[in-house]
Ligand binder design. Structure first.
Ligand code: ZN
Ligand code: ZN
Length: 212
């Protein structure tokens, strides 16, 4: 599958469109759009590539990753797929928005299609495996494309860093243990597409990440 990245909002949040170029089905992951200009950027890409949006997935429900969920749900008529342990975060989206310094009103986010560890999401002929790695948030998941060798990692692992764990439900030791057991066991050349900043690989982080 192919991966397109958009950088949205004040937070420099990475929103990803993962698509199968053969069938043109796609998933929108962590929609961080919060203005008409940003909605248009996503929609124009989808239109230009002639994609059909078949999944809306959140790696976790921090508001910077979820603020565009309502728009995508309405526009493309999709359920929201995320891990149920983050449901309480979604319910407190408005409160979170203030905490993150977002001035626009955030709508509460409700998970309509709960995802569990080990589940498989089909996008055309492609497959994303759900890997639950809590610690940054209780229901944080990574999405692993084994065949094409990449993960959409949200705020678990960054180039030279790991997710912050000082927000409600955070747990540093749990995060580090999850990264070691579930992500560092993947092949070195696996590309990590994080929720903020540039991509990295499992091998580079294994060699250089000071938190691991
Ligand atoms: Zn987060
Ligand atoms: Zn984030």
């Amino acid at each position: 599958m192919e991966v397109a990245r958009f950088i949205f909002s004040l937070f420099g949040i990475n929103t990803y469109v993962v698509y199968d170029p053969a069938t043109l089905e796609c998933a929108v992951i962590d929609p961080g759009m919060s203005s008409k200009r940003e909605y248009d950027a996503l929609d124009h890409f989808i239109g230009r590539k002639n994609l059909r949006v078949t999944h809306l997935i959140n790696t976790h429900l921090h508001v910077d990753h979820a603020i565009g969920d309502a728009y995508v749900q309405k526009k493309y008529g999709l359920p929201l797929e995320a891990h149920p342990a983050d449901a309480p975060l979604g319910a407190r989206a408005a409160e979170q928005a203030l905490m993150f310094g977002i001035t626009e009103r955030a709508e509460a986010v409700t998970i309509t299609s709960p995802l569990q560890d080990g589940e498989v999401i089909k996008i055309g002929n492609g497959v994303l495996h759900v890997i639950h790695v809590p610690g940054h948030s209780p229901g944080h998941i990574a999405l692993y494309d084994k065949e094409d060798g990449f993960i959409i990692g949200g705020d678990i692992l960054f180039q030279g860093s790991v997710g912050r764990t000082d927000l409600p439900g955070g747990n540093h030791n749990q995060l580090i243990e999850g990264i070691r057991k579930r992500l560092m066991t993947l092949p070195d050349d696996t590309i990590v597409y994080p929720g903020h900043g540039n991509e990295t690989t499992i091998g580079l982080e294994r060699a250089h990440n000071p938190f691991l």
